[in-house]
Unconditional design. Structure first.
Length: 224
């Protein structure tokens, strides 16, 4: 059923803390219809003029969810994380209401396992993911870092010294370092796709993809 959900389907967001508010706000900016609910009247009022619809309700109560039409949504985001009990109860309620796609925030791996076992389709670890991203960025070698499954990552960075002034074939980026330069941005120009003949200069930015450990090794070449 989840595969048939329209890309622009309305979204129910439960919890208007920082994560929930950011999610609801971004969805609204994308033109998606959003119903954001929270038990805190102050948060509901704060976001009432920034999100399509906001409602004060206790999502731990399944009858309250029924009254606001939660069962009619195909996508729901449980953004409550500070209270594991509340998060679990809300997710269980959405499962009972047969919401086809449930995204739930978790604050720990054990919390996430519980959410998965009771029926959450996607579990998000925003704090852990942010911490991992920062850990990669603090060295100063990388400007942005996105990690996907199986330790695959996409990174924006300055090119290490050994590959500057050479085209990507001559520098042996793939054969020596086991990473791929996907795109290159020269000063004042947009990013362009890289080819084997692309020459990387001192002032360029590059987008690199590959295994996380290989990218770390590649980025460290600039220290030598």
């Amino acid at each position: 059923m989840a595969d048939r959900i329209k890309h622009d389907a309305p979204v129910l967001v439960i919890g208007l803390g920082r994560f929930g508010a950011a999610t609801a706000g971004q969805l609204d900016r994308q033109g998606r219809e959003v119903l954001a609910i929270d038990s805190d009247e102050g948060l509901v009022q704060k976001w009432s003029d920034r999100v399509t619809h906001t409602v004060q309700a206790d999502a731990k109560n399944i009858e309250a969810l029924r009254q606001i039409g939660a069962a009619e949504f195909q996508i729901a985001v449980v953004a409550v994380g500070s209270s594991i009990e509340a998060s679990v109860l809300i997710t269980a309620n959405l499962v009972d209401l047969e919401v086809p796609q449930i995204w739930a925030k978790a604050i720990s791996r054990s919390h996430g396992k519980i959410l998965e076992r009771i029926g959450a389709h996607h579990v998000i670890y925003p704090e852990a993911e942010a911490g991992e991203r920062v850990a990669h960025l603090v060295s100063g070698r990388m400007l942005d870092f996105i990690e996907f499954d199986d330790d695959f990552a996409l990174v924006k960075m300055f090119p290490p010294k050994p590959i500057r002034g050479l085209n990507l074939t001559e520098s042996g980026v793939r054969t020596k370092y086991h990473v791929t330069v996907v795109g290159v941005k020269s000063p004042g120009k947009p990013f362009t796709y890289a080819t084997e003949n692309t020459v990387v200069s001192d002032h360029d930015l590059i987008i690199v993809s590959g295994n996380e450990s290989d990218i770390e090794t590649f980025a460290a070449l600039g220290d030598r």
